[in-house]
Design a protein around this ligand. Structure first.
Ligand code: 0X9
Ligand code: CA
Ligand code: ZN
Length: 341
């Protein structure tokens, strides 16, 4: 008689097990392989890069978490300044990105600004001057849960990953800030892409940004988004002009001019409300709180094709054209602090 095989598992599992032993498993033997976003950074890659920047530039760069996302990811901030460990009496300037999950380029631009400042500090006297006289904060990914979902599951995801409890997910973080929360251009429907959440600052991500900005009280801020190539200034919740309309407009025009000077790409400066009315965004809230210039820059491309899916070969030129404007804004903030009374 023949000997029967008594194994619980079919024979092919043995072959598979041998194959894994032979060829290894991409992720240490468990779970899914790490997601990839090509030349764009995933959350894990951003985390690693920011820690590497801090480690490679001690005294000049310091990483901290300003809070955690709903799913528990740290919201990383990189501070760049001389004597970085001390809170000096220097102008604070903030560059944030990644409020909206699918706007991958909005993460890359602030990250590359940080890289530029740190990698050129020793060789470029103008960079050194700016960094020595200011405290620059880079918060490149405010919505890591949504970004991860965009990378792994749904490229065009916008909101965070709040379980709304009715089968829908997500709050639009750029409708969740408190100034005129619930006003025009935001939705009370959980199904909407512009769902404002159940209350102002209902989300841990916007709470973290709120607490961080209240703490730092920056002299200026840029919040990067995509797409449309716009330089937007408050107000966004109303067509009425902001109290500092003239200054805001002048600065937005200067930003657009500085951008165009690099690659001859046009970004249109305008009041946020001219794009469309929207209530509860970052820049309206900060401007209402501190009356400091707060801009939303909508990065490349100009139109819905390719829209949010900006080709990788445009990451570097988009950074390049936005760098001088960012440096100018830091310089402007320093000059404000130097005004003698
Ligand atoms: O709608 C937004 O949050 C921003 N555009 S995006 O396509 N990146 O989603 C624009 C916000 C500008 N603010 C106002 N228009 N209030
Ligand atoms: Ca300093
Ligand atoms: Zn956006």
């Amino acid at each position: 008689m023949t000997v029967s095989r008594k194994s619980t598992y079919p024979f092919w599992t043995l072959i598979l097990a041998l194959a894994i032993v032979q060829f290894g498993c991409p992720n240490g033997g468990g779970g899914l392989p790490d997601p990839s976003a090509g030349l764009y950074h995933t959350y894990a890659e951003l985390d690693a890069e920011m820690h590497a920047l801090a480690a490679n530039h001690p005294g000049l760069a310091q990483i901290s978490s300003i809070g955690k996302s709903l799913e528990g990811r740290d919201l990383w901030a990189l501070k760049i300044s001389d004597n970085v460990a001390s809170n000096e009496d220097e102008a604070d300037v903030v560059f944030v990105g990644g409020h909206h999950a699918r706007e991958w380029i909005s993460v890359e631009v602030p990250l590359m600004i940080a890289q530029h400042l740190l990698e050129n500090y020793a060789s470029d006297a103008s960079v050194k001057n700016l960094v020595d006289q200011s405290e620059i904060w880079i918060v490149p990914m405010v919505n890591p849960d949504g970004h991860n979902y965009s990378v792994t599951t749904d490229r065009l995801w916008r909101k965070n990953r709040r379980n709304n409890g009715d089968g829908t997910f997500g709050v639009d973080l750029n409708r969740n800030y408190s100034h005129e929360w619930g006003g025009p251009g935001s939705s009370g429907s959980t199904y909407s892409e512009t769902y404002r959440g159940p209350s102002p600052f209902s989300e841990p991500e916007t709470q973290a940004v709120r607490d961080f900005l209240q703490q730092q009280a920056p002299k200026a801020l840029i919040s990067y988004h995509s797409y449309s190539q716009l330089v937007l200034y408050p107000w966004g919740h109303t067509n009425s002009p902001a109290p500092d309309e003239a200054l805001l407009r002048q600065m937005a025009v200067a930003i657009a001019d500085a951008i165009r000077a690099v690659h001859n790409v046009s970004y249109t400066p305008e009041q946020s409300s001219e794009l469309y009315l929207a209530s509860g965004d970052t820049t309206d809230w900060l401007y209402a709180l501190l009356a400091v210039p707060s801009f939303t820059i909508e990065l490349r491309p100009r139109s819905s094709s390719p829209g949010f899916e900006l080709p990788e070969n445009q990451i570097v030129p988009t950074f390049e054209e936005n760098l001088p404007a960012a440096l100018n804004l830091i310089d402007w903030a320093i000059q404000q602090s130097n005004v003698t009374m």
